[in-house]
Design a protein around this ligand. Sequence first.
Ligand code: HEM
Length: 309
Amino acid sequence: MAKSAFLKSSIAKKYWMALTGLFLCLFLVGHLLGNLQLLAGRSTEAALQFNKYALFMTSNPAVKVLSYLTYISILFHAIDGIALAIQNKKARPVNYAYKNDSVSSSFSSRNMAVLGTLVLVFIATHMVNFWAKMHFDKNMPLQTIAAENMGQKVEFFVSTNNGLAGNDAFLGKFIPTNAVDGKYYFVEGNSIYLNREFKDIHDGNKLKKEKIKIAEGYKDLHKITIEFFKSKGKLFGAIPNEGLLFTIFYVFSMAVLGFHLWHGFQSAFQSLGVNNKFTPAIQFFGKVFSVIVPLLFAIIPLYIHFILK
Ligand code: HEM
């Protein structure tokens, strides 16, 4: 490749890596804020709040668009990164006779490709364990909701099959019976209503009828997450205490992510050509970001495994 074409393609790759990388930093902040709810413990209310949040994140159309952008960004960032690493290696096939790396560059900047690959491995396993379960697992547990029914507490297990109404939505095991005390129920979205029973709502002079809602049901992502880090099972059926191993893997991966961001954050602004009086502030912010965000992520599995009762 002619030298100028080589430079051009390399600059374009760096540009796209910077844009996708910064978008992924925004994703990290959003994802962190959502996951910090897990520090609220395992009460019914805490679980319900997290499960409602998870449902919103997987069903809201605007969030869905952001999710697809996230998946595309991860793929693009990874493929571009690998291509750039290969290109750089080819351009400089002979190692310098003498090089003292630590003088001219940081550990992070010298190992971006390795760090990025480890983050990618983390994301792949992480998505298999959580995202795939939330989206595709037919046996995903559902949060049990206790509701009052004629002075009696009734436990509901409700499917989140949006759009289904009537008995179809109960899918057999999700609701103990479809008639308790002679009352029938139906499901719309995630809500359970008393069938054909309405309450009166006064709207100014008008009297309106509204369906009586008795409970809501959600996929229990809260339970899945807590059981994951607390698991006493054997990894690959052989290594005991997989919950501890998962916790160690997550904490290690967050350290790797921190090192990747340490160089990546400020390098993105450099690739975008930002070089002005704000550059020192950007560099400082990037370093704070790369420590605080992975640290807060790491606290979640540590809290669940070691502290949560
Ligand atoms: C240790 C803390 C973390 C916990 C407890 C956690 C938990 C979860 C859970 C429960 C989901 C499924 C929810 C859903 O599908 O919307 C999820 C999805 C995901 N997580 Fe994490 N996560 C953590 C850290 C991370 C980190 C550090 C990254 C990236 C480096 C990451 C990347 C993702 C991605 C890309 C998805 C799919 C998101 C989507 O569908 O929009 N997670 N995570």
